[in-house]
Every structure is written in C-alpha cells, then in structure tokens.
Design a protein around this ligand. Sequence first.
Ligand code: GTP
Ligand code: MG
Length: 197
Amino acid sequence: MLIKSAQFIISNSDYRKCPQDNRPEYAFIGRSNVGKSSLINMLTNRKGLAMTSSTPGKTMLINHFLINDEWYLVDLPGYGYARRGKENRERLQQIIEDYILQRESLTSLFVLVDSRHEPQKIDLAFMEWLGENGVPFSIVFTKIDKLGPVRLKQNVEEYKQKLLERWEELPPVFVTSSEKRSGREELLDYIGQINAS
Ligand code: GTP
Ligand code: MG
C-alpha cells in the first residue's frame, strides 16, 4: 500500500473525544518503550510524526493520525511502566481499556512485543484480557534488528508455543524493525486488505 499522506489530527485522554467520522482505525498497544510510536513513523515514512523517546512513558494520550484521508493509525500510551507512579499508571490503564472496549471504529488492534525477550507476564495477561473481552488482535514483534535471524526464529517460535497453551489458534504475527524498516509492506498490506473488505 502506498502512503500518500499522513497527518496528526488530535490527542485525547478520552475515547469519546476522538474523531467522530467513523473512518476505520488501527491501534498499537504494548509495554512502554516497545516501539509503538517508532512503528507509526516507520509505516508512514514520517520521522517525527509520532513522538518517540529512549525513556519509557513518552506517549501519554490517544493520538490519531489520518492516513491517505481514509483511515487512522492510533498511537496509544504504553502499559506497565513502573516508575510512573501507581495513580498515573492506573489512570493510563483506564484510558487504554476504555478506548479498546468502547471505540467503535477500532478495526484492528496490534499488540507489540519486544522480539528480544521471552514471553512476559504482563503481555500475556493483557492478551488474556483482550480474549476475555472478545477483542481480536495481532501480534507485532519489534526491534528485530537487535538480534540475529536464528535467535529471532527461536524467540518467535517460543512465543507461538506459549500462546498455543492458551489459544486454539494463533493470531496474525508480524516481525518488524523500525530501524531497518522491516515488516512494513506486510503490515500495510494487511491493513489494506481489511480496508478493502
Ligand atoms: P511509550 O510511548 O513510552 O510507550 O514507548 P513506545 O512504545 O512508543 O516506544 P518508542 O517508539 O518511543 O521507542 C522507544 C525506544 O526504542 C526509542 O529509543 C526508539 O528509538 C527505540 N526503537 C523503537 N523501535 C526500534 C527498532 O525497531 N529498533 C531499534 N534498534 N530501536 C527501536
Ligand atoms: Mg510512544
């Protein structure tokens, strides 16, 4: 899919204030620092579109980016950032949960996990919560430039095995690097197919 335009529209802490035009939207979620905002910049070819940082806890709001005047990419705050303080963390968790459960134009949710690490409890628990609430999702492995091909294959396999302990079917899986721009076409084609259906 060709990205002809990408523009920031609005930031919100409340899903009810998000754009009301019913265009389909695709949202990225995952632990703080996993690479959600970087992935949006990589997919859109716009370096500073979504704000990124090497320090976790950068994205604090629901951010809408309009793509090709047709659909939205949505950057969400990360979950599980301990140093942010309990109250703040719970507030962000609520923003995320309300958005995911209530936002009608949310077409597809991508859960990002760091390809370097073994399955983390917090991510598995989050996926479990999605399952309980009937929210379909895909998994996006990030930062694959940080490990070699053999290790990557092992980690992805291990993750799939872990998921199969709980789920009968695997969700769609993508492997990406925002640094090396890997996985871009696969993700955009997936979104394009959903948009066309
Ligand atoms: P929060 O907004 O804090 O939840 O984080 P985020 O998930 O949006 O992460 P962000 O995109 O800000 O990236 C966090 C850090 O990881 C930054 O220093 C990025 O440069 C780095 N990073 C993101 N993606 C990649 C990648 O594919 N490869 C490498 N090597 N670094 C990456
Ligand atoms: Mg971010």
